[in-house]
Design a protein around this ligand. Structure first.
Ligand SMILES: C[S@@+](CC[C@H](N)C(=O)[O-])C[C@H]1O[C@@H](n2cnc3c(N)ncnc32)[C@H](O)[C@@H]1O
Length: 450
């Protein structure tokens, strides 16, 4: 049975209006329920969609059973909060790891199959991993980490991770014969998420970095993680999170995830969303947040994704190498974009990069207009970066581009970012010791489709 008593403590809105509350939500638990199952770069804090959903429910703009859509789902924050608010969730991302996380975090799993799957997986696992280590030491380990790049993992731990993944695959085959295909997929997805976190912790990847940086070579000898202990502890913690989430969410609503480019979003139907809540990337992935690099090894090992497939994520990201032709007329649609491009042209020519990013962004706004029902709200959570030390007012440019497409501006609310893992500073000239501020605040931009 669904437990609704949590509503009182989770609506950050109370009796206030959305322009009166403190949008920093400092001190709030941003990892509550399934949100804490896996980290993700530039994750939106759940309090933002929770507040927006509470506001529009109170205003009778949306109701239970409606659909919330997020074209840039990332780790699925909008989907989780949408489901908690009694809505269907539709989500989209070009990163296969983001699609896995969105489904794993937002689809509730009953305690019984969850417990059975966890015990099946961990029964005899410690002994199996011991055998893997012995085989590796004897030079006859037959496990194949395939697409994983050399030099990123301690050994034999890499082989232990592969052994866990193979066990999860076996479990899925076994479960498909004894339960429904949905339950088999849900529980194996859940197990892959715990493995994905373990992969990141076991690898030489530096903690807190979203790009692929390894810990220094001289420190690697001391990095000797216990794969079994890490994985089993994560399973226990995530199972607890899932149990609490599953009790609170309506099991009759649904989550649909598309592994697709938001500029096209073919599979998402016209006029299908009652509200859109999304936090787009801040700029092209290679100079801001490299979601593909962050996800590469976890997706390859835990979810059997290919190396080239993962490399494509940062190229397909807005403003990336696989972007569409820049739209020259765009500066006529947005005075703020025109001013920004002029400032960039005077500096060093990164105007082309900015124009190509906003041309891609514009294609997504067009899709949102197609997908959102008339009169319904879209909420953009936007951060402003700098390029070559020129501040890029993304919140103004996005607002003006939306207005050009007929959207009406409802609120533009600034908020400070107290907790996000973000590239706060970068050195635009690549000179050691010189840094430039990249992002310091965020804006919640609320608009209505005409
Ligand atoms: C700021 S993150 C979203 C974070 C998410 N709100 C969360 O809480 O985890 C932006 C996301 O946009 C995705 N993305 C970038 N370009 C995309 C595109 N062209 N189509 C679909 N998704 C894209 C990235 O893979 C990334 O997951």
């Amino acid at each position: 049975m669904t437990d609704r008593s949590w509503n009182a403590d989770r609506s950050p809105l109370g009796d206030s209006s959305i322009t009166d509350i403190d949008w920093t939500f400092s001190g709030a638990n941003t990892r509550r329920l399934t949100h804490g199952m896996h980290s993700y770069p530039a994750r939106m804090i759940p309090q933002i969609p929770a507040t927006v959903l509470a506001h529009f429910k109170r205003e009778n703009v949306i109701r239970e059973g409606d659909t919330v859509y997020d074209p840039f789902s990332g780790s699925g924050t909008t989907a989780v909060e949408g489901r908690l608010a009694g809505l269907h969730a539709e989500a989209n991302d070009i990163n296969p790891l983001a699609c896995l996380l969105t489904l794993a975090k937002s689809r509730p799993i009953d305690p019984e199959p969850l417990e059975t799957a966890c015990s099946w997986l961990t029964d005899g696992l410690e002994e199996e991993l011991r055998r893997v280590r012995s085989a590796w030491a004897a030079g006859d380990c037959e496990l194949n980490p395939s697409a994983v790049r050399e030099g990123w993992f301690p050994e034999p731990q890499l082989y232990e991770l592969v052994a866990i993944r193979n066990r999860i695959d076996e479990l899925r085959d076994e479960l498909s014969e004894t339960t429904t295909p949905e339950v088999a997929e849900d529980v194996t997805r859940f197990l892959r998420v715990a493995l994905s976190v373990t992969v990141r912790r076991v690898s030489y990847q530096r903690n807190g970095e979203y790009k692929r940086y390894r810990i220094p070579r001289e420190d690697r000898a001391d990095h000797d993680p216990d794969v079994y202990a890490l994985f089993v502890e994560l399973l226990r913690e995530n199972a607890e999170r899932m149990r609490s989430y599953s009790r609170r969410v309506d099991h009759t609503t649904t989550t649909t995830v598309h592994y697709a480019d938001a500029r096209v979003a073919r599979a998402v139907e016209d006029n299908s969303a009652d509200i859109v809540i999304t936090s787009p990337p801040y700029g092209d992935h290679s100079t801001t947040v490299a979601y593909g690099q962050f996800s590469q090894d976890p997706a390859i090992i835990a979810d059997r994704r290919g190396y080239e497939e993962m490399r494509a994520v940062d190229k397909t990201g807005l403003g990336g190498a696989y972007g569409q032709e820049p739209i020259d007329a765009l500066e006529q649609y947005s005075p703020s974009l025109k001013r920004t491009l002029e400032a960039l042209r005077k500096r060093d020519g990164r105007a082309t990069d900015a124009l190509s990013f906003f041309s891609d962004f514009y294609a997504v706004i067009e899709q949102v207009r197609r997908i959102l029902k008339p009169g319904q709200p879209v909420v953009w959570v936007l951060a402003n970066r700098t390029m070559s030390r020129v501040p890029i007012p993304t919140h103004l440019i996005a607002t003006e581009l939306c207005e050009h497409l007929g959207f009406e501006r409802e609120h533009v609310i600034p908020r400070k970012i107290p907790t996000k893992t973000l590239p706060w500073e970068n050195a635009p000239e690549n000179v050691a010791g010189r840094t430039g501020e990249m992002m310091a605040s965020e804006y919640v931009v609320i608009m209505r489709r005409p």
